[in-house]
Design a protein around this ligand. Structure first.
Ligand code: ZN
Length: 445
């Protein structure tokens, strides 16, 4: 385990329907409360401490109410793909991992195409976190990397309805058949493997919340999990050929877990026994997330379980579109402004190491030869549509653009090496000369 001082763990245990009858009443999609209680039993100040951090971030968010900061924060990611040699398909293809990064980038910059599905009454409260994710290009030893660690194993991890935490944690330890974390203060570590012991998945994901109070007792660090997220391989990505077949898997398990990692909690936060009083049951504390008496399964847009007093807009229905609900993944498309403020504040405080990380220094994605990352420039980036590309060496460049799912895009040509793309989103420009080929991400906002 690395960086024990930052290991303050909670768990999100997402339960899936494993039967086709009577599933609605028996399903508990998230075991957050069980895990918190479990850790708190061993570390008596645990719950109090993480709640204190959350309370502080919520108070800040409610005071600000809107995210006017234009700075885009970028988080370096390392994927640890830990695959069992008896099930080789667990060794997910790079394309599945890269597509998961695309999902995160879309969801955390509000560029996901399904924002169109959001009911109009929620538009005043939703927010753009302005957070991006990139696979690390420098490893903890300073060496080049593609940000993907692959480990084959014969160990099985977890299993059972309520997971065996110490068994799952093996995936985070090389000596136990898993993969050791990279410095958890400088990388978002995401482990991908079978954490259900070969059984039908009941647990889809686990994430650790931010921590870092100066008065955190040294002996209260839960040793069970390392900081980061652990994702069931079959609940990962949105182009995953091994995805669970009886539910939509479009990458939102990771969006939800990274939300927890960045400090946000469920929209029906009934885990903490009245942290914010009994507002229609209990609440996440944010003034702009509609209150609801319980988490929602499916995608029921007719439910309004609580009366809200949200500034300007008043009452809203239960927000099944929220990534932090338990609704179906293809129903989810939004964070609220309050949630985005919490995540940004966590990045500026408990997780500031991610923003100062050397993991993304001079990254050039897809460089195949002539390692000269500073000879080609794409600017501005992010852009409102105009893209300029220049080369220090006045090379003849061949430039092609793709969207985030790999389709070729034809931009408007407005000059030599100057282009325009009118539709907001995330694109990739592949620039080739006779000496090099690079691919860089471009954000149109
Ligand atoms: Zn959760």
């Amino acid at each position: 385990m690395n960086n024990l001082s930052t290991l303050f763990t909670t768990f999100c245990l997402v339960m899936v329907f494993s039967t086709t009858t009577s599933a609605q009443q028996s399903t508990e999609k998230c075991g957050f409360n069980h895990a918190i209680e479990f850790l708190n039993q061993q570390n008596p100040n645990y719950k109090q401490q993480i709640d204190a951090i959350y309370h502080q971030r919520v108070t800040e968010a409610n005071t600000k109410q809107a995210n006017n900061n234009k700075t885009i924060y970028t988080i370096p990611v390392v994927f640890h793909v830990v695959w069992n040699t008896s099930v080789p398909q667990q060794n997910l293809h790079d394309s599945v991992l890269l597509e998961q990064i695309n999902v995160l980038n879309e969801d955390f910059s509000r560029m996901n195409a399904d924002t169109n599905n959001l009911r109009p009454s929620f538009i005043p409260i939703v927010g753009n976190a302005k957070i991006q994710f990139e696979l690390a290009c420098v490893d903890p030893n300073g060496n080049p990397t593609n940000g993907i660690v692959r480990v084959s194993t014969t160990t099985t991890f977890g299993g059972g309805f309520l997971p065996n935490m110490s068994s799952i944690a093996k995936i985070q330890n090389t000596s136990q058949g898993g993969s050791d974390a990279w410095n958890t203060s400088e990388y978002l570590n995401i482990w991908v493997g079978d954490i259900n012991g070969g059984s039908t998945p009941s647990l889809l994901g686990i994430a650790t919340p931010p921590a870092g109070l100066s008065n955190w007792p040294a002996n209260s660090i839960p040793p069970e999990l390392t900081d980061g997220a652990i994702i069931q391989y079959s609940a990962f990505g949105r182009n995953n050929p091994t995805a669970i077949s009886n539910m939509v898997v479009n990458g939102r398990t990771v969006t939800h877990e990274v939300g927890h990692y960045l400090g946000v909690r469920h929209t029906a936060e009934n885990t903490f026994g009245g942290l914010f009083g009994s507002i229609c049951g209990d609440d996440d504390g944010l003034i702009d997330t509609p209150n609801c008496d319980q988490s929602q399964q499916g995608c029921n847009t007719s439910r309004n379980s609580c009366t809200d007093a949200i500034p300007v807009v008043g009452d809203l229905p239960d927000m099944v579109e929220n990534y932090m609900d338990y609704s179906d993944q293809d129903c989810q498309n939004s964070f609220t402004q309050g949630q985005t403020l919490i995540m940004r504040s966590v990045l500026e405080n408990e997780r500031i190491g991610l923003l100062n990380s050397p993991a993304l220094s001079n990254c050039v994605v897809g460089l195949t030869e002539n390692n000269q990352p500073n000879t080609i420039f794409i600017y501005p980036n992010p852009t409102n549509g105009i893209i300029n590309i220049s080369s220090l060496e006045n090379m003849n460049l061949t430039i092609t653009f793709h969207n985030s799912i790999g389709q070729i895009i034809q931009p408007i040509i407005i000059g030599k090496n100057q282009y325009q793309i009118d539709k907001k989103g995330i694109y990739f420009a592949t620039i080739q000369s006779n000496t090099l080929s690079i691919t860089e991400k471009i954000i149109i906002q």
